[in-house]
Ligand binder design. Structure first.
Ligand SMILES: Cc1cc2nc3c(=O)[nH]c(=O)nc-3n(C[C@H](O)[C@H](O)[C@H](O)COP(=O)(O)OP(=O)(O)OC[C@H]3O[C@@H](n4cnc5c(N)ncnc54)[C@H](O)[C@@H]3O)c2cc1C
Length: 368
């Protein structure tokens, strides 16, 4: 039975505004799912647009041979989504009841809304030390970052002394990665041993370009337009000293933005949403998740965009399967596709034809 949503019941609500959310919105908009996207609100350094709002030059997003700034890339993604009729609400979703159908969502200010399907693309927050100049320089591209893989290769960091703060696996990875570009890497750790795995720690400890400053804390970041150094405090003696560095990478962890879900779906011990391997389906049917909120490993814009695409395709099939929206469905052994568009055969080519047709693409004859 096809259901027409009333004014406050939406076919699909997307929560988030990073690469995962906008990609999901583009796909869902083009598939006529009338998606409504809650992009969040500015809270401290968290801005609608996600983590890339905190970075200047992005050199690794395909399609941009010249570097593009994070905010400019996010503007372009949003503009593309708006082109396909996505409705954007500039509010946070602060509560969700995933036990009801349709799902019930509470925006920060507006009246509660309902959704037949939800895509969670709320990302994860990189943890910062919390120093005023650290955050200011991170925002203006002044040589402070929370992602070595993203920013380490930028010209600004080449052949300089770079500092990495942290003592876990991420810090070890970031430090080792930065040795490709830095003249020297200093790992600054407030304790006298790492909590990283033995193997990762020993790579750092034995690397000729890495030096560890034990029992040391960064208490200030120095520099106006660009970082010039850090003020360090010895955690044992309390002594302070300044140290010249050409870059600071904060690697003290990430926090997935899942607090508002209050444990209503399966998460890892660190709060990342668990999905079916290779898919974006969560433990609650009809709720899909994409981007850094499911990923504590790759944490890249392109991988987030990829899973955003997957989530939209899975949500579309879920809605069709439940007769919500435009298309009745037929199930194949592999997946659920739209009956009107499905090729008669069951198997990959049939599924591809159906998916192509659902997105307004002409059927492609198999080659050879
Ligand atoms: C300093 C830095 C530099 C980086 N540089 C690069 C780079 O050069 N290349 C690269 O590929 N990757 C880079 N990354 C990683 C990249 O930013 C992330 O992998 C990517 O942004 C994750 O995208 P996402 O869509 O999962 O969500 P995010 O970008 O994390 O965005 C999610 C957003 O959703 C919104 N939101 C959260 N909760 C709610 C809610 N309850 N309701 C409504 N909205 C909500 C918030 O605005 C949040 O920021 C960088 C990361 C950092 C920190």
């Amino acid at each position: 039975m096809a259901t027409t949503p009333d004014a406050s019941t939406h076919e699909l609500v997307i929560i988030g505004s990073g690469p995962a959310a906008w990609t999901a919105a583009i796909y869902a908009g083009r598939a006529n799912l009338n998606p409504v996207l809650y992009e969040g609100e500015p809270v401290g350094i968290d801005l609608p647009g996600g983590q890339l709002m905190l970075t200047t030059d992005i050199e690794n997003f395909p399609g941009f041979p010249e570097p593009i700034s994070g905010p400019a890339l996010m503007d372009r993604m949003k503009e593309q989504a708006l082109r396909y009729g996505v409705r954007v609400e500039s509010e946070l979703i602060v509560e969700a009841d995933l036990s009801q159908r349709p799902f019930l969502l509470k925006p920060n200010y507006g009246a509660p809304i309902r959704a037949h399907a939800v895509i969670l693309a709320t990302g994860a927050k990189a943890k910062w030390i919390g120093l005023e100049n650290e955050l200011r320089l991170a925002q203006i591209g002044g040589g402070v970052s929370a992602c070595a893989v993203c920013d380490g290769a930028l010209p600004h960091f080449r052949n300089k002394v770079l500092a990495v703060v942290g003592g876990g696996d991420t810090a070890m990875e970031e430090a080792t990665y930065l040795t490709k570009f830095a003249s020297e890497v200093l790992v600054i750790h407030r304790r006298d041993s790492f909590r990283a795995s033995k193997a990762m720690a020993s790579r750092v400890l034995n690397h000729p370009k890495i030096r560890v400053l034990w029992n040391t804390q960064v208490v200030d970041v120095l520099g106006d337009d660009v970082i010039e150094g850090v003020r360090l405090k010895d955690t044992v003696t309390g002594d302070e000293r300044d140290l010249a560095v050409g870059g600071l990478f904060v690697a003290i962890g990430h926090e997935p933005n899942t607090g508002f879900l209050k444990g209503q779906l399966e998460t890892t011990p660190h709060g990342y949403v668990v999905t079916t391997p290779g898919r974006t389906a969560t433990s609650v049917p009809g709720v899909f998740a994409a981007g850094d909120v499911i990923d504590d490993y790759y944490r890249q814009a392109i991988t987030s965009a990829g899973t955003g695409c997957m989530a939209a395709l899975e949500a579309e099939r879920y809605l069709a399967h439940h007769g919500i929206g435009e298309s009745p469905v037929v199930e194949t052994s592999e997946t659920v596709v739209c009956a009107a568009d499905a090729a008669p055969t069951i198997g990959l080519s049939g599924v591809q034809a159906a998916v192509g047709a659902a997105y307004g693409e002409p059927a492609v004859e198999p080659r050879g």
